[in-house]
Design a binder for this molecule. Sequence first.
Ligand SMILES: [Zn+2]
Length: 167
Amino acid sequence: MDNFFTNNHNSNIFSIKIKQSLPIVIYPHPILRQKTEDIKDPTKPEIQQLIQSMLITMKNNNGLGLAAPQINQAKNLCVIDFQNKIYILINPKITFFSQEKNVAEEGCLSFPGKFLNVKRSNKISLQYLTVSGKRKKLMAEGMLARIIQHEVDHLQGKLFIDYTNSK
Ligand SMILES: [Zn+2]
């Protein structure tokens, strides 16, 4: 019995449990059309746990981004993994969209195998809360700006198939 406990002393059974990958919600699941609820206190353990699970789920699915509705949580939160940098965006709000736009192909974990050309602003400005609840601003352009726009759309119940006139 002693051995049992000793052997497991340093194992991270608990963290494996909370860091498990979650199933991705596939369109047309209704939650993908729901508007999300703001997160009042990002430091709450259940929110921190949700963020960890989202990061693992994004990584396991080779996603560039993942929004909470895609793991069946109507919460205003998304994560992005772009050029070896992780962005955790809580209650994100895009405050500026450049007039200049570009068209590029996008995929979405909730639409396996579907790729569409979507027209989006080249540059954006964004406000959001960090994991510790601090207000932050971010300016982004190019591919990062595109990913952020795609993920923030998810948080409003908007999907890339809605950009039918993108040419
Ligand atoms: Zn998506």
